[in-house]
Design a protein around this ligand. Structure first.
Ligand code: FE2
Ligand code: FE2
Length: 687
């Protein structure tokens, strides 16, 4: 009996141990799964927020409040990148601790040499029989191009407000160089050379019609079902920098210096796209135009040097740290998507095989997959359209309620493939496993360093905390009293016979204002209206008509004056003259104060989409009544040479604007009258 009890006790203890071990294993598996889900949800919400912010910044005039959100996100990204550079054991840009041209050039030469080495190794691997490394198939290349679109469609955005009518005089030599880079990104006023336009042509050539980069449709179609959406974050950083120039100028110049350097990804991409038979022009162009001798890289370095030389000695240390922060941001935020996963390619090929028989079976199925581009299953599986819509189908499916990303077991799609499911038997075990792997791998590839842990690192490193950005609800109706400019067709103002030279500087600065925000969005500049604005801004900024070649460093070493530069020169002469006449050492007249009556124009200009034709009219007002008014300018005391210089600028601008076909002549006329009215008041106040 005692023996029996002993056996029973042993069995009971053995079972208990097994049960405890089993339960422990279950609990820890659940914990791991739960933490994975929490992490994934956090990464997904980062992407969703970045996508939303991207859309709002691309349409800023409808969402002016997005500026504050953009500044918060930008600081968070600067915190993260500065923090990880400080902790990093590999050499980075912090190894140039203070501005020294020699050290800077040596560092950049090392970076360039590393890229050249990586390129040589790649070519060696390929020539000794190695396969393509970025694109395994043309399908994966196509997907990569689609997923890269968010960042390609903001090409140049980080420079969008770098060189404005009100940019302080001492900074203008530097910002002008950077603006020239922006102009080249925007195609120098020629649509076929515009980088966003060229990229959209490339997408179209491979059958991808994502729509303009600032549309809601684009946000959906450029999304990634595998949740590798890090490019949205990089694109948001670029847009934020562009809009926040007043608060982040040194960071932008540093960012520009890093971003304009050719990367190994660009070299490989151009090479492999050509092999696959796709047009590599967009990437080839970035290899040549960004060169370090006379191209964007050289110009970016020159812009930094010019900026530093404009600073007071006491400003240099902090400004250099801020340039470093911007440089690190560009280097550490990935701008290319992860290569398309093999799981996605496998699932696409499985669905492609099933497409024909499946279509009939799903003919009466009413469920829709996809949001704005949603279709019934039978429509998605149409064998005639399948090739052109299969990527979109997979993206839509991955984002639908049929799939729980990262969790095949809870995904309805997988359940329906199993016993008792409506698709049981339609997929082999191997195929079902491939679909499960695809879903399991939809976890985020984006591993953003904990923003909380890095909080405050950028401010700590640079000693700089920007103030809140100025948010102006820039609507014509709010900013401007419409009654003031509705003067009617009978109103026929007389061209001023005398424009006093002392008020001319403020008028010239205002003449550069109307269209300056039209080039805020690279997506808008890839349109007919946007490209005209680029051409006009080029003329106002003193850049000549683009010939067959880009200007590159030629224009940097020998710059021509823009109207704002002329304004500052005239202002100086007037003040010198007054000092001689009155022996006054203090100038009571401040150019920026003289701009106050024109603030309404700056506000109206901030809604370039809504007010485009009003602004064209305003620009015409300045051209006809100020720049081309050579007689009035000379009578007011402007030297002949400068009056003729302005005359030549006005002729070029008139040519550009005369070719525009205007669907809203009333708005155009209102803009014209509004400027004339304000001009008359300014002149009458001055005499
Ligand atoms: Fe570009
Ligand atoms: Fe560039």
């Amino acid at each position: 009996m005692g023996g029996l009890w002993l056996i029973f006790l042993c069995v009971f203890m053995g079972l208990s141990c097994f049960l405890v071990r089993f339960l422990r294993a279950r609990i820890s598996t659940r914990q791991v799964q739960a933490s994975g889900i929490v992490e994934r949800k956090a990464a997904e919400s980062i992407f969703q927020n970045d996508k939303l912010l991207y859309y709002r910044l691309q349409n800023l005039e409808d969402h002016p409040g997005a500026l504050a959100q953009a500044q918060g996100r930008l600081i968070q990204l600067l915190d993260i990148t500065v923090d990880s550079a400080l902790k990093s054991t590999t050499p980075n840009f912090l190894s140039v601790p203070e501005f020294c041209l020699q050290s800077l050039r040596a560092y950049l030469a090392d970076v360039e040499a590393a890229t050249a080495d990586a390129w040589a190794s790649y070519l060696k691997r390929r020539s000794s029989g190695g396969g393509r490394e970025l694109f395994h198939t043309s399908e994966s290349a196509k997907q990569w191009l689609r997923l890269s679109a968010p960042v390609r469609c903001v090409d140049g955005a980080w420079l969008s407000r770098i060189h404005h009518a009100r940019t302080p005089e001492r900074l203008r030599p530097s910002t002008r160089i950077a603006w020239q880079i922006l102009s080249e990104e925007l195609g120098d006023g020629i649509l076929e050379r515009n980088h966003v336009y060229i990229y959209s042509k490339l997408l179209q050539s491979v059958g991808l019609a994502l729509g303009p980069g600032n549309s809601a449709q684009f946000i959906e179609l450029a999304s990634d079902p595998d949740r590798d959406e890090r490019v949205w974050t990089a694109a948001v950083a670029q847009l934020a920098l562009g809009f926040l120039t007043d608060n982040f100028l040194p960071e932008i110049l540093g960012f520009n210096m890093a971003y304009e350097a050719a990367t190994i990804e660009t070299l490989i991409c151009a090479y492999e796209l050509k092999e696959i038979g796709m047009d590599p022009e967009y990437f080839n162009m970035h290899i040549t135009i960004d060169n370090a001798d006379s191209g964007h890289t050289a110009m970016a370095v020159q812009a930094v040097m010019s900026f530093i030389s404009a600073l007071k000695p006491s400003e240099t240390i902090q400004s250099w740290k801020r340039i470093q922060a911007g440089y690190l941001l560009a280097k550490m935020l990935p701008v290319t998507p992860m290569p398309v996963s093999k799981h996605r390619e496998e699932v696409l090929s499985i669905f492609s095989k099933k497409c024909d028989p499946a279509k009939e079976l799903h003919r009466r199925c009413t469920a829709r997959i996809g949001r704005s581009n949603g279709k019934k299953l039978g429509e998605w599986l149409d064998p005639v359209l399948w090739e052109t819509q299969k990527d979109l189908f997979l993206s839509s499916l991955a984002q639908s309620k049929w799939i729980v990303p990262g969790n095949p077991r809870d995904s309805n799609l997988v359940r329906q493939m199993g016993w008792g499911g409506r698709m049981f038997g339609a997929f082999t075990l191997r195929e079902k496993t491939k679909v499960e792997e695809w879903i399991r791998n939809m976890t985020s590839k984006h591993r953003e360093v904990d923003g909380e842990a890095a909080r405050g690192r950028y401010a700590e490193f640079t000693g700089y905390s920007p103030s809140s950005p100025e948010i102006i609800p820039a609507k014509l109706a709010i900013a401007f009293q419409k009654g003031d400019c509705s003067l009617g067709i009978a109103y026929n103002p007389v061209k001023p016979t005398c424009i006093p030279v002392q008020i001319l500087p403020s008028l010239l600065i205002e003449a550069a204002t109307p269209l300056q925000y039209c080039i805020d969005s690279p997506a808008n500049c890839a349109t007919e209206q946007g490209i005209v604005a680029v051409r006009i801004m080029r003329i106002l900024n003193g850049l000549p008509h683009p010939e067959d070649a880009v200007l590159g460093m030629d224009e940097v070493t020998c710059p021509s004056e823009g109207v704002v530069e002329i304004a500052w020169r005239v202002d100086k002469t007037v003040k010198q003259q007054r000092r001689l006449e009155t022996s006054e050492m203090n100038d009571s007249s401040d150019l920026l104060v003289a701009l106050q009556p024109w603030l309404w124009l700056d506000n109206v200009a901030r809604s370039p989409k809504q007010n485009y034709w009003f602004l064209i009219g305003a620009q015409e007002g300045f051209v006809a009544y100020v720049l081309a008014n050579t007689a009035g300018l000379r009578k007011g005391g402007l030297p002949d040479e400068t009056a003729f210089q302005l005359g030549a600028i006005s002729e070029m601008m008139q040519r550009e604007m005369s070719e525009l076909t205007c669907p809203q002549p009333e708005q155009r006329q209102e803009g014209f009258w509004a400027v004339i009215r304000c001009l008359e008041e300014t002149i009458s106040r001055s005499v």
